[in-house]
Design a protein around this ligand. Structure first.
Ligand code: G6Q
Length: 524
């Protein structure tokens, strides 16, 4: 069954939210904290090793209750069940949306067109396991019978961003294999990667759901030519594997049948890192860690599916985001992890959210007259404090922030970690509290700058009242990373349901693919 078609702006709760917005838009969070000393506890949620503190948002209990009613009026619970059950909720492509099945660790059946997809998923997982173990242990060898030392993932978009982000984020758990990613059609990208590689000891994974993507096929052909300078066609089967739904095209390329990992059209590219698209992850950190990563996502799936909306982390994050996007008209959201490992999280979330929810027609195909997809951006703290945070603190735009921090560092350097976390908390506090004229005045006086007060005072004032969420996680483990990604996947889903759009097609991306192929003949 498709999702219901409910225009959110015609619901009672939307109208109430509009009225409520007028009353609350100038209220300061400081005054709300002063009135209620239980606010922090009230607006804190926990899940396993995660704590979400969303008390520094421009909301009251009333706001939350209207937002929760909006979720009920747009029939979110019904949508969640359809999402997990394999209903064809991607209507424009007539497809189910089942990335959650890829990490399902229950023994239930999940049917698409009457067929249970779980046996095939489990089989593919077993294949990922045995292949990863063989490559890591060295029993799988390259064409000249040498052990594999390097892995190159050839893919783009959903076939690149997810695995690349996870491999980099979990590098603490990495084994001896060096992992590289080629995505851009820019020939310099592939040349830079190939220049240090030995064809005998490198394993190439061509990842393309369609196996028709210009960038990936061009890079794969270039790499094949380079490989054939020292090897023969017959050797391709030793050093090339592929992940795709398009088996005939993969075979045409020369990949041996036993080296093909299947995927399914009910997994969208940007949601596919849980499938064999994540083979490079399993190779880099071993299957056990890969399985923990799936487990973390599975546990978050259960939380999302079964927890009442007011205690449901992805639902609450999505509702807050809608509150700012549709009522405060804030256009973007910034995500700032306080760990260098998550440097690639923002580009990954950009694709996840912006490709999914960058839509301007509703599920009926009608043009919509309200805002949808947010612009997502970010980078790691503390680096961003020395860069774009200026605009978030003192610019003219309201930009809600997600701060992501970890209680423990991985190498246990306490001195660094204390300082890192001091910055993590200080940024949220500064955005919230700001700095009043009186405070600036006092501060300057205290520092002996009395003579400059008249000149500098307005520049040193911080309005404050800038919203942020803090997501505090015990430590960056494969399991917790899986859960973190699943939070954002489900947040994206909830937003799409409420905005009444199809989050799972991507005609905008496909346009680029078509145009590039057409233009090629016109470029001399
Ligand atoms: C993801 C997008 C897009 C896609 C790439 C690669 O949701 O549709 O980023 O993943 O265009 O496509 P192939 O995997 O088919 O090469």
């Amino acid at each position: 069954m498709p999702l219901k078609n409910i225009n959110p702006t015609r619901t009672e709760s939307w109208k109430k939210l509009q009225l409520h917005f007028e009353q609350i838009k100038d209220v300061t969070m400081k005054s709300l904290f002063q009135k209620d000393n239980t606010r922090k506890e009230k607006f804190t949620l926990s899940f396993d090793e995660f704590t979400l503190n969303y008390s520094k948002n421009r909301i009251t209990e009333k706001t939350l209750s209207h937002l929760l009613n909006l979720a009920s009026e747009t029939e979110l619970q019904d949508a969640i069940e359809k999402y997990f059950n394999g209903d064809k909720i991607n209507e424009t492509e007539n497809r189910a949306v089942l990335h959650t099945a890829l990490r399902n660790q229950n023994n239930n059946e999940i049917k698409v067109d009457g067929f249970d997809v779980m046996p095939e998923i489990k089989q593919t997982l077993l294949k990922i396991k045995s292949f990863s173990e063989a490559v890591i242990s060295g029993s799988f060898k390259g064409y000249s019978n040498k052990k594999i030392t390097d892995i190159v993932n050839i893919g783009i978009g959903g076939s690149d961003l997810g695995p690349k982000m996870v491999v980099e984020s979990l590098q603490f758990y990495k084994n001896h294999l060096n992992t590289h990613f080629v995505s851009n059609i820019d020939g310099d990208h592939v040349s830079e990667i190939l220049k240090n590689l030995n064809p005998e000891t490198t394993l190439f994974i061509i990842v393309s759901k369609t196996f028709t993507t210009q960038e990936t096929l061009t890079n794969a052909e270039t790499i094949k030519k380079w490989f054939l300078k020292s090897a023969t066609k017959n050797d391709i089967k030793h050093n090339f594997v592929a992940v795709s739904t398009n088996l005939s095209k993969v075979k045409e390329f020369g990949v041996a049948e036993e080296n093909i990992f299947t995927m399914w059209n009910w997994v969208g590219g940007r949601y596919s890192l849980w499938s064999a698209v994540g083979l490079s992850i399993s190779l880099a950190i071993g299957f056990k860690n890969f399985n923990d990563f799936l487990k973390g996502a599975f546990e978050m799936d259960n939380h999302f599916r079964k927890t009442p909306f007011e205690k449901n982390i992805p639902v609450v994050l999505a509702l807050l985001s809608i509150w700012y996007n549709n009522f405060f008209n804030s256009e973007s959201e910034v995500v700032i992890p306080y760990t260098q490992y998550l440097e690639k999280l923002a580009p990954f979330l950009q694709q996840l959210s912006m490709e999914s929810n960058g839509k301007s027609v509703d599920r009926n195909g009608n043009k919509i007259n309200y805002q949808t997809g947010n612009i997502i951006w970010g980078n790691t703290g503390t680096n961003v404090q020395h860069a774009f945070m200026q605009l978030v603190h003192q610019g003219t735009k309201l930009i809600p922030v997600d701060f992501i921090g970890f209680k423990q560092s991985l190498y246990g350097n306490e001195d660094h970690h204390k300082k890192l976390m001091a910055n993590f908390y200080a940024q949220a506090e500064a955005l919230y509290a700001g700095k009043t004229e009186e405070e600036v005045h006092l501060d300057m006086k205290f520092k002996g700058d009395t003579n400059k007060i008249n000149q500098l005072l307005p520049f040193k004032v911080f309005e404050g009242n800038k919203p942020s969420n803090t997501i505090l996680i015990k430590k960056l483990s494969p399991k917790n990373l899986g859960a973190l990604i699943a939070i954002y996947e489900h947040k994206t889903f909830v937003q799409g349901v409420i905005w009444n759009i199809n989050s799972f097609d991507q005609f905008g991306v496909e346009l680029g693919k078509e145009l590039a192929n057409k233009m090629i003949s016109t470029i001399s």
